[in-house]
Ligand binder design. Structure first.
Ligand code: NZQ
Ligand code: ZN
Length: 388
């Protein structure tokens, strides 16, 4: 294991009824709450009414920051920061998925910063030597794990860059996680969010060290849990056990815990983020297209781990297969699962134009933690293979 420091500052309140039970205590010290949400799902499923009722009963002044889009933009961050400043908000309450939570982390920073946060904290890593505006989150969809990290992935439309940084100071103060809030998530988004969870785990699992490592054991259990519970939630969207497991799997995958002692790859994320910057595609869908093809390119460099993946995650028996055959059978099982849950298999389906591939490939970041260092030429070759 590599050396590490572990900290996670977010306090989690998990389970049915947690918002009703705890939200009013958690906002006690705030006078003005910036209530942030996305395109309106919370208005349709009753979550908005429940939260507004609690805020009003507690006598809070409420400023609404709505319409946060999937793949939140830097312009939207600036809009939120202005609202927070103009209204002297003293707490941001982000209600939604990764997009709402990420946007609000950036708003929390921008509201308390005089300079340009893109230049100073996203274009390059910065040092946050001041207190961002306090942030609490209510999670409504499982996937990113943003509730328990300081990561905020923002799209700068002008520069055509989508990128994320994880600043511990941006960890939400509290996260309320009621699995029943996710009952209304569509099957497509459920599959996409669940694939994002799998992706976060795989990007960490397929990296050094390969020696006996507790993080790898935890990750195998988490991957099996995502597969099992996604199937159950697809069968019955109101399966509380399945939705609870998916919600917690999502947090476990991105609360930094499984990354301890690992290098971490995240090249598929580098590629997907730039596909998103150019096409605004859905994050989990983009990842689903890339992963199997990327792994067929790199598996020989991490063969023992790909063999373990086939055996321990997908239950594939060796039956006389060589290591390479077994590893490829595991990657095939992953591709079959992607088809089973209805996610796209080609970039064409995501709306990417063939003419864009080179420019997108050239704009991708290169991971320092992969089994095999990749080049922009290879990324382009992967994109071409993914195309149709
Ligand atoms: O906008 P509304 O109307 O709320 O609808 C959303 C949106 O259309 C809908 N939704 C959310 N909760 C719902 C619901 N629909 C019905 N019922 C509910 N209870 O779901 C759709 C997707 O929401 P979004 O927040 O965009 O999805 P997700 O959670 O997958 O977040 C994606 C963003 O997070 C970034 C991605 O790049 C992308 O920008 N990521 C953030 C990470 C982090 N902070 O750690 C890590 C990830 O790797 C990822 O990059
Ligand atoms: Zn992701």
């Amino acid at each position: 294991m590599y050396n590490f420091i572990f900290q996670n500052a977010t306090k989690v309140y998990f389970g049915k009824g947690c918002v009703k039970e705890y939200l009013s205590c958690l906002i006690e010290n705030a006078n003005t709450v910036l209530l942030a949400y996305g395109g309106g799902s919370i208005r349709r499923n009753g979550v908005y009414d429940e939260i507004i009722g609690i805020l009003k009963d507690a006598g809070k002044s409420i400023v609404e920051f709505s319409g946060i889009m999937s793949n939140p933009t830097y312009a939207k961050v600036q809009e939120g920061a202005k609202l927070a400043r103009d209204n002297q908000a003293d707490l941001i309450l982000a209600v939604g998925g990764g997009s709402v939570m990420d946007c609000c982390k950036a708003v929390a920073l921008a509201a308390r910063y005089g300079g340009d946060i893109w230049d100073d904290f996203w274009a390059r890593p910065g040092v946050i030597d001041f207190e961002p505006l306090p942030l609490g989150v209510v999670v409504t969809v499982a996937g990113t794990g943003s509730e328990c990290n300081g990561g905020a992935v923002i799209t700068n439309e002008e520069k055509k860059v989508k990128t994320g940084r994880d600043y511990p100071k941006l960890n939400p103060r509290f996260a309320l996680m009621d699995p029943t809030y996710t009952f209304s998530v569509s099957k497509k988004q459920m599959a996409s969010g669940s694939f994002d969870i799998l992706s976060h785990i795989m990007e960490t699992y397929f990296s050094e060290p390969n020696e006996d490592n507790v993080s790898d054991d935890i990750m195998e259990a988490l991957m099996r849990s995502v597969v099992r519970n996604l199937r159950a939630a697809m069968d019955n969207p109101e399966d509380y056990t399945a939705r609870s497991n998916l919600m917690w799997d999502s947090t476990m995958a991105e609360n930094r815990l499984i990354k301890m002692g690992k290098k971490c790859d995240f090249e598929c994320h580098n590629m997907e983020h730039q596909l998103g910057a150019y096409t605004n595609c859905n994050h989990g869908c983009g990842l689903a297209v890339i992963h199997p093809v990327y792994y067929r390119h790199i598996f020989k460099a991490g063969l023992p781990k790909f063999v373990r993946f086939a055996e321990n995650v997908w239950g594939i028996a060796r039956d006389g297969k060589s290591d390479e055959e077994l590893a490829l059978a595991g990657i095939d099982a992953l591709a079959d699962f992607i088809r089973e849950i209805g996610l796209p298999a080609t970039l064409k389906e995501l709306g990417v134009h063939k003419t864009q591939l080179k420019e997108i490939a050239d704009s991708c970041g290169i991971s320092q933690g992969a089994y095999k260092p990749i080049t922009h030429e290879e990324i382009l070759a992967i994109f071409r293979e993914c195309y149709e």
